[in-house]
Design a protein around this ligand. Sequence first.
Ligand SMILES: [Zn+2]
Length: 110
Amino acid sequence: MGMYNILKTEVQCAYCKNFFEGNIQFKFGDTWLYEYSIGDAIKWGGLDVGSSSYDKVKVYGLLEEDKCLICGLEIEYEYDIIVEKNIIKCVIPISSMDEYNSTDGNYHVL
Ligand SMILES: [Zn+2]
């Protein structure tokens, strides 16, 4: 998927309900393999995707793991990363891919 950033965060397995730390790739802000955590501000000023001026935006996220690290079953690997006022607020299993279609699949302004 070209250059991207990584959000390191806890994801939950729908089957065994355990949490583990996952790496979620996304393309928003300066895309340069930066590692982020929930609560971090997005960096800008390079290979920018999107804009820091959005009040609220959801960003398409792709989990690097496709199996639960605990029980081994296949898990949800697509996520909505919610960014408010340029801060990563939370991550939730994707609700719909449709809304990402207008922006090359990377983000959707809410
Ligand atoms: Zn599991």
